[in-house]
Design a protein around this ligand. Structure first.
Ligand code: FBP
Length: 551
């Protein structure tokens, strides 16, 4: 860590995150159990796969002291992509554990799930934690994308926990990591390992949410960072009046980030992948839609604009999705031969010759850079690394070509100059907003309360988050309750259902009701930077998505 601490970081270190009232006096709150639960889908299959934990009741904490606690040691793991507030989850967990018994110890497994398997760890003392309170990033202990799913990994983890006297693990991760937390909890219960497992919902993508998990942490801060930048770009566009800005926004699969940023900034266009999939739109149709907006604004003398493109778009366009699926199989089958090709043209040629006719045609219609980006390495979960595919450039190029054709036909007479941007990594490690600082600290503290109450296979849950923190409700949701069966890599697997943008949900419906106006008018909103100090109405905000969803 640098010896120089920014003035903001110094001032921010003193911020005391808010907690749900049930935990105000410590994590030793009373756990009130609800009725037994089922699963999000395929109930009988989930019951059969998780006989130990299936049916566990939901838990809500009440502000009355539970049982006194003997000291116990806990291990914490950060899993997957960075999200603002991760350090506060750990700080909340630490403070919660100390409130249960001051002799509890917290160990951080390093570089993600790998640390548990390879026994790489550090003790997280008050001094270590103190240096990271209210900071962004995951650099306290690092993160990684290793999947925890094999018995050998579970056994190595058990051995390493036993050596440290660790009786409980807290896994901070997205839907995949929490799915794996559930498998681990089941295995440790079945084998009587005496290790509890609790998860915390993390991901800027916002796609780990449901009726009981209102938001994944980091979404609020990341969207505020991107919206600040989009607002600044909108103002620049409206000042210079000469560029169309095509902005790709992170979010591997769901378009929650693009939708939230659209709600915060009112761009001229925002593509929502889930709508593209529902309408079975082709790339040509998306290009026509964007070119139509450019032409309509040009007709009013406005040769500038802002268009938001979700990162995951390519996988939602049915024809490209089918192409990617075939490419995945082909690249896996021909890995050795393909790996030997050094030259880009040879790679493209190799694929064109082996793809089926219709896929080869779609592949050939894409710009060369995209053809190459589609064959880059997949991540350890088998996902195409969409952050490396320059969809914003592809669409800008294709819209330009379309406008040239329209011009030749006399249907467009404007000027079209583009700037392209990708906002992703800029937002993942930002200092958490007050919402994320409070929410994360509360999630961590609630995780300690769940461990204190002897729970395993649960996800920490903090609800009623559109209200002020003095009305937040702390509790735990059995992870099996969020699971269903999905086809992954040719097999049916139990997974937490990913929350995509719902087209009949309030956030999308509001966006859809406004977008035609935003397209032809210049109605930009300039949210400005996240405010950490000042009046509550600028510091203690929650996302537009949450407000509309919970209204
Ligand atoms: P998580 O789902 O692990 O939170 O990560 C989300 C994300 O930030 C996506 O938005 C993005 O596509 C991806 O991670 C980028 O991954 P990487 O950090 O490996 O480049």
């Amino acid at each position: 860590m640098s010896s120089v601490i920014s003035p903001l970081q110094k001032a921010r270190a003193a911020y005391a995150p808010k907690l749900p009232p049930a935990l105000a006096k410590g994590a030793n709150a009373r756990a009130v159990e609800g009725k037994p639960t089922a699963a999000a889908g395929d109930v009988e299959k989930i019951r059969a796969l998780f006989p130990e934990n299936f049916g566990s009741p939901m838990v809500t904490f009440e502000a009355a002291p539970g049982k006194a606690q003997a000291a116990f040691n806990v291990g914490v793991i950060l899993s997957g992509g960075q999200a603002p507030g991760g350090h506060n989850v750990i700080a909340g967990l630490f403070d919660g554990l100390k409130s249960l018994n001051k002799d509890c110890k917290l160990y951080g497994f390093l570089k993600g799930p790998d640390g548990l398997v390879k026994n790489e760890f550090m003790e997280l003392t008050a001094d270590v934690i103190g240096a990271y309170r209210n900071t962004g990033g995951f650099d306290m202990i690092g993160s990684g994308r290793t999947k925890l799913e094999k018995v050998e990994q579970f056994e190595a983890g058990r051995k390493n926990c036993e050596a440290l006297g660790v009786k409980a693990l807290v896994i901070i991760g997205g839907d995949d990591s929490n799915t794996n937390a559930c498998l681990l909890a089941e295995y440790y219960k079945k084998t009587k390992a005496g290790i509890q497992v609790v998860g915390c919902p993390k991901t800027i993508d916002g796609d780990l949410k449901n009726e009981y998990i209102e938001a994944s942490f980091g979404f609020d801060t990341a969207c505020r960072v991107y919206s600040e930048l989009i607002g600044n770009i909108g103002r620049d566009a409206n000042s210079a009046k000469k560029y169309w800005h095509f902005i790709k926004l992170m979010g591997r699969s769901a378009s929650h980030i693009a939708l939230e940023c659209a709600l915060q900034t009112h761009p001229n266009a925002a593509i929502i992948s889930e709508e593209v999939a529902a309408k079975k739109s082709t790339i040509g149709e998306i290009v026509d839609y964007l070119a139509g907006i450019v032409a309509a604004r040009a007709a009013k003398g406005m040769n500038f604009g802002v268009a938001l493109i979700p990162e995951g778009l390519v996988e939602f366009i049915p024809e490209v999705k089918a192409l990617i699926a075939e490419l995945n199989d082909l690249l896996a089958k021909e890995e050795a031969a393909f790996g030997k090709l050094a030259d880009a043209d040879a790679k493209i040629d190799f694929l064109k010759k082996r793809l089926s006719a219709d896929k080869a045609q779609v592949y050939a219609s894409l710009p060369r850079t995209i053809q190459l980006q589609l064959c880059l390495d997949r991540d350890p979960h088998g996902n195409v690394q969409v952050s490396q595919i320059e969809t914003e450039k592809m669409l800008a190029e294709m819209v330009k070509a379309k406008l040239a054709r329209m011009k030749a036909e006399g249907k467009y007479s404007g000027k079209f100059s583009t700037q392209t941007h990708f906002f992703g990594y800029e937002g993942r490690c930002a200092a958490p907003s007050n919402f994320d600082a409070d929410y994360c600290y509360s999630l961590g503290y609630t995780a300690a309360a769940l461990l204190g109450a002897g729970k395993t296979g649960y996800m920490s849950s903090v609800r009623n988050t559109v209200k002020s923190a003095d009305q937040w409700i702390a509790g735990g949701i059995p992870i099996t309750m969020m699971m269903n069966m999905e086809r992954r890599h040719g097999e049916d697997k139990p997974v937490i259902r990913k929350a995509l943008v719902e087209l009949d949900g309030a956030p999308f419906r509001y966006f859809a009701s406004q977008r035609e106006k935003w397209a032809v008018e210049t109605d930009y909103v300039y949210p400005g930077p996240i405010q950490y100090f000042g009046p509550s109405e600028v510091c203690d905000l929650c996302t537009e998505t949450l407000k509309l969803e919970q209204r």
